[in-house]
Write a protein that binds this ligand. Structure first.
Ligand code: HEM
Length: 409
């Protein structure tokens, strides 16, 4: 292998799964590596692949800005950038701090605890729909449904509207995978419809507040400061996107990991007290969000490497989580792994995943119910990967299991 063979910008190189051998090579030979833009449109980007360097870039917001060019790999035109910069993911402190304090008001541990009963009922309902047939597309019928239902409940979106909302958000963010590509005009139309929907929902919540997140957020106030209607719209979109594909692909990717390591499935079946460490290992091993992007605010260094102000810096959670200097046998899926200080939810910087505990709860409930209700679940065909260098995703996963009767909660 040679450095010149490695192209992390082209999503087609991820179509068969994460190219872990490339990341291992980069960590060893060129941990902070300049990649030219193969299309010659942008200057190129630094790729950061070692755990410690990724954590540094994630935490040091003064030198590595989330706002200057936003956090996505693709370079934006000015209009799109200005719009993205109104989303908390693409803000730097102190603006981010103000925003995060407001939304934290709605994301309390109590709110997540209160959702758990509903999450258990949703999970049983999802399994009820497939358990008699003895086979399913795990992604479409099992893992995609739970995050959709949970986010709808969290946001206060009626369940009947959930597919509408997620269809708009999927069209807006687009996809490089040929199966999900949409023409740009669809994406503009979808954004108008989604914002109109969010405006209406917030107006309703103002008049008739309940215990859901958007009822809380429309009222939330920190030192006399409130979220504006546009900020509420953009937070609505961020949640619809951030809480959905990530959790779905964690559940699907972990199922694949168990199929590849049946001893670990049996180990968890035999000892359910391993579930908390198993969840952390699923997160490390799968790492659904593979990278984020920052922009250097001044000339600086990462490790030994000098970089210049304005340089694009991409740090790879997926590589950090397989760093052999931090994790013993990083390519082994070991549900009892300890310690396991992975960075699937970020490296402890100001943007650390707001939904981390909600996601952990969903994963716990889903695997707990699968172990109880479909204990002999197994692969019934090859899985298909999502073509993306951002989300480590599974599009389809045929599975089979012994048919059983619904529990009908
Ligand atoms: C397995 C599931 C999930 C994974 C792997 C994941 C991963 C991430 C990552 C890597 C970040 C950026 C962290 C950083 O830069 O330090 C993030 C931020 C965020 N996540 Fe998650 N996430 C998941 C589930 C969720 C859920 C369920 C929600 C909401 C319901 C959510 C909401 C958010 C939000 C709002 C942010 C932005 C926080 C900020 O900018 O301050 N995520 N997530």
């Amino acid at each position: 292998m040679q450095l010149a063979d490695i192209d992390l910008s082209d999503s087609r190189n991820f179509a068969g799964g994460v190219p872990h051998e490339w990341f291992a090579y980069l960590r060893r030979e060129a941990p902070v590596q300049w990649h030219r833009d193969p299309n010659g449109q942008a200057d190129g980007f630094w790729s950061v692949t070692r755990y410690d360097d990724c954590v540094t870039v994630n935490r040091d917001y003064e030198h590595f800005s989330s706002s200057r060019a936003a956090t996505l790999f693709t370079d934006m035109d000015e209009d799109n950038l200005a719009q993205l910069q109104l989303m908390m993911l693409n803000m730097d402190p102190p603006m981010h701090t103000r925003y995060r304090r407001l939304v934290n008001k709605g994301f309390t541990p109590r709110m997540i605890r209160d959702l758990e009963t509903k999450v258990v009922a949703s999970t049983d309902d999802i399994i009820d729909r497939v358990c008699e047939q003895g086979s399913a597309d795990f992604v479409e019928e099992i893992s995609a449904e739970l995050p959709l239902q949970v986010i709808a409940d969290l946001m206060g979106v009626p369940q009947a509207d959930r597919h509408l909302v997620f269809d708009w958000s999927n069209k807006m963010i687009g996809s490089e995978d040929p199966e999900f590509m949409v023409p740009p005009e669809y994406s503009t139309q979808a954004s108008l419809e989604l914002y109109a929907y969010a405006d209406e929902l917030c107006a309703k919540k103002r008049l008739d507040p309940h215990a859901d997140l958007f009822s809380v957020l429309t009222q939330a106030e920190v030192e006399g400061d409130q979220l504006s209607p546009l900020e509420l719209d953009l937070f609505f979109l961020l949640l619809a996107v951030a809480g959905n594909e990530t959790t779905r692909n964690l559940i699907s990717g972990a199922m694949v990991a168990f199929f590849d390591h049946p001893d670990q499935w049996e180990r968890l079946r035999a000892d359910r007290s391993l579930l908390p460490s198993a969840i952390e290992e699923m997160l490390r091993y799968v790492t659904p969000v593979m990278h984020f992007r920052r922009q250097a605010t001044m000339d600086w260094t990462i490790g030994e490497q000098r970089i210049n102000e304005g340089d694009k810096v991409v740090f790879w959670h997926t590589s950090a989580n397989r760093d052999e200097t931090v994790f013993d046998d990083p390519d082994t899926f070991d549900i009892g792994r300890a310690p396991n200080n992975h960075m699937a939810f970020g490296g402890g910087g100001p943007h650390f995943c707001l939904g981390a505990n909600l996601a952990r709860m969903e994963i716990r409930v889903m695997f707990d119910r699968l172990l109880d209700r479909l204990p002999d679940i197994h692969r019934a065909g090859e899985e298909q990967h999502l073509q993306s260098n951002f989300i480590n995703g599974v599009k389809h996963l045929p599975v089979a299991f012994s048919p059983s009767v619904p529990v009908g909660r």
